[in-house]
Design a protein around this ligand. Structure first.
Ligand code: HEM
Length: 457
C-alpha cells in the first residue's frame, strides 16, 4: 500500500516536471521563432540610434507614457529632441513594436511619400470613437449652434473632449490596448457613456435634418432655403436625400469632420491668440495691418480681404510651427523604404513623424529656432519643403488646410480688430490630447479697443 503510494506520487512528480520542461522548451522555441521572424525589425533597431530611455522587459519604453496628458506631451517632445541629436531619427519600443521617431524633414519627406498607411493601433482606437467616416471636405459641420463661447461646457463639447482624452491615453499606454483588460476599467464605462452621448446628439440632428428635407421635398421646394448650407446638409443633398447615406454613415462622416477639422482649427486659432497676447509688438503689427485693410469700417472680413492679411498669416504659421495642433503623425511601414541617410525601414516598423521636432530643428530654422518670430515666414523660401508641415505633407496631407487658414484668419482678424489681447497664464502647458492642446486653457485677457474717435466697436 505504502510502496504503491510512493510509486504513484513519484510518477505524478515526473509527469509534472516533464510538463514543465515541455512548456519551457515550447516557450523557448516560440521565442526563438518570433525573434527569427522579426530579425529584420531587430536589424533596424540596431541601425537606428536608440533613444536611451529606460525600458522594461516585454513592454520596452511604453511605461514612460504613464502619467497625464502633459507628461505624455513632454515625452513626445523629448523623443523628438533625442532624434534631432541623433541625426534626425531615434527608436523606441512600445510592447513588441518598434517605432522610429523622425525629426529631419529630408527623412520625413521620403517616409510620408512612401508610407501612406496609418498605424493599425491608432486607427483601431480612432475608429472606435468616430467609426469609418471617409475624409471629405466640409463647411461648418453640424449646423447647430453649440454656443461654445458662452457655454464652453456644452455637453457635446464636454463629451468630445473627455472621449479624446481617453482615446489619446489609450493610444500611448499599451497596457490599455487589450479590449478584455480595458473593458474592465471605469474609464471604459466613461468612454462608452461619452461616445453614446455624442452619437445620440448627432443622430438627433440627422433625424431633424432628414425631416426638414422631406418637408421641403413635399412642399416642392428644391434645395435649401439659404445659400449657407452645413456640411451635414450637403452630405444629405449630394447623396440623394434619404436614399443616400444611412444614418450611421452620416454620423461617422460628421464625427470625422468634427475631429479632423473643427477642433484642429480651434486649437490653432486659440494658440495664435495666446501668442499674440504674449507678444504685444507682434499684436501691434497685426493690428496695423488690419487697419490698412479694413480702415475705420467695422464690416466683417470677406474672402477677398484674407489674402491681404500677410502678416497675420505669418503669425498663424509661426504659431503652428512652434505649437503644431497636430504634433505627430504615425505611419505603418508596409514595404521597405530606403532613407536619404542610407538606413532602411522594413515592414512591421511603425514611424512617428514628429512635426514638433522638425519645426524646431536648428539646422533648418537657425539658432533662434525656439524663438517666436513670425518674420521668418516673410524672409523668402524655406531651406526644405518639408521643414514646415503643420498640415502634413505629400499624398495624405490635410484636405482642409486652405479652409483652416481662412477660418483662423477670419476669427483672429475679428478678435484683434475689436480687442487688445493681454497675457494671463504664466506659461503655456502643451498637452497631448490627440492634438497638442494647452493645459492652461489658452488663458488670456481681453480689453475692448477704442477706435474711430470715441466710437466703440
Ligand atoms: C489648423 C487646422 C488643421 C491642422 C493643423 C490640420 C492638420 C492635419 C494633419 C497633420 C493631417 C494629417 C494626419 C495624418 O496624416 O495622420 C490632417 C489630415 C486631415 N485633415 Fe486636417 N488639419 C486642420 C484643419 C482641417 C480642416 C478645417 C479640415 C476639414 C475641413 C481638415 C480635414 C482633414 C482631413 C479630412 C484629413 C485626412 C486626410 C487623409 O487622411 O487622407 N483638417 N490634417
Amino acid at each position: 500500500m505504502k510502496v504503491s503510494f510512493i510509486v504513484i506520487s513519484a510518477l505524478g512528480l515526473v509527469r509534472r516536471e516533464m510538463l514543465r520542461l515541455l512548456v519551457l522548451v515550447a516557450t523557448g522555441l516560440w521565442a526563438l521563432y518570433t525573434r527569427w521572424k522579426r530579425r529584420r525589425i531587430h536589424r533596424v533597431c540596431k541601425e537606428v540610434p536608440f533613444c536611451g530611455l529606460p525600458g522594461l522587459p516585454l513592454i520596452g519604453q511604453a511605461h514612460l507614457f504613464a502619467g497625464n496628458d502633459e507628461d505624455r506631451m513632454k515625452l513626445l517632445q523629448k523623443l523628438g529632441k533625442i532624434a534631432v541629436k541623433h541625426g534626425g531619427m531615434t527608436s523606441v519600443w512600445m510592447l513588441n513594436k518598434l517605432y522610429v521617431v523622425i525629426a529631419d524633414p529630408a527623412i520625413a519627406e521620403v517616409v510620408l511619400k512612401s508610407c501612406l498607411d496609418k498605424d493599425d493601433t491608432t486607427m483601431k482606437f480612432v475608429r472606435n470613437l468616430v467609426g469609418n467616416g471617409n475624409f471629405v471636405a466640409p463647411e461648418t459641420s453640424l449646423g447647430v449652434d453649440l454656443n461654445s463661447q458662452q457655454q464652453s461646457n456644452h455637453p457635446f463639447l464636454e463629451a468630445f473632449e473627455t472621449a479624446l482624452h481617453l482615446l489619446s491615453e489609450r493610444l500611448l499606454c499599451p497596457w490599455l490596448y487589450l479590449d478584455c483588460v480595458y473593458e474592465r476599467l471605469s474609464r471604459h464605462k466613461t468612454f462608452v457613456a461619452k461616445k453614446d452621448f455624442m452619437y445620440r446628439f448627432v443622430d438627433e440632428l440627422i433625424k431633424k435634418k432628414r425631416e426638414e428635407l422631406s418637408t421641403r421635398d413635399t412642399n416642392g421646394m428644391n434645395g435649401m432655403k439659404s445659400e449657407m448650407r452645413t456640411f451635414l446638409e450637403m452630405l444629405l443633398e449630394s447623396s440623394g436625400g434619404h436614399q443616400g447615406y444611412s444614418d450611421i454613415e452620416l454620423r461617422e462622416e460628421v464625427l470625422v469632420i468634427v475631429l479632423a477639422g473643427t477642433d484642429t482649427s480651434a486649437v490653432g486659432a486659440a494658440y495664435t491668440a495666446v501668442m499674440l497676447s504674449r507678444y504685444p509688438e507682434v499684436q501691434e503689427k497685426v493690428y496695423q495691418e488690419l487697419q490698412e485693410v479694413f480702415g475705420d469700417s467695422d464690416r466683417p472680413a470677406t474672402a477677398q480681404d484674407l489674402p491681404r492679411l500677410k502678416y497675420l498669416e505669418a503669425v498663424i504659421k509661426e504659431t503652428l510651427r512652434t505649437y503644431p495642433a497636430v504634433p505627430v503623425v504615425v505611419r505603418e511601414v508596409l514595404n521597405d523604404v530606403k532613407l536619404p541617410n542610407g538606413k532602411k525601414l522594413v515592414n512591421g516598423v511603425g514611424v512617428v513623424v514628429s512635426f514638433c521636432a522638425i519645426h524646431r530643428h536648428p539646422a533648418y530654422w537657425g539658432a533662434d529656432a525656439d524663438v517666436f518670430r513670425p518674420e521668418r515666414f516673410l524672409e523668402g523660401p524655406l531651406k526644405h519643403p518639408a521643414q514646415f508641415m503643420p498640415f502634413s505633407y505629400s499624398f495624405r496631407n490635410c484636405v482642409g488646410s486652405t479652409y483652416a487658414m481662412m477660418s483662423m484668419k477670419t476669427v483672429l482678424s475679428a478678435l484683434v480688430r475689436r480687442y487688445r489681447l493681454r497675457p494671463a497664464a504664466l506659461e503655456l502647458r502643451p498637452t497631448f490630447n490627440v492634438m497638442m492642446k494647452d493645459g492652461s486653457g489658452y488663458a488670456l485677457g481681453i480689453q475692448r479697443r477704442r477706435t474711430f474717435g470715441d466710437k466703440l466697436i
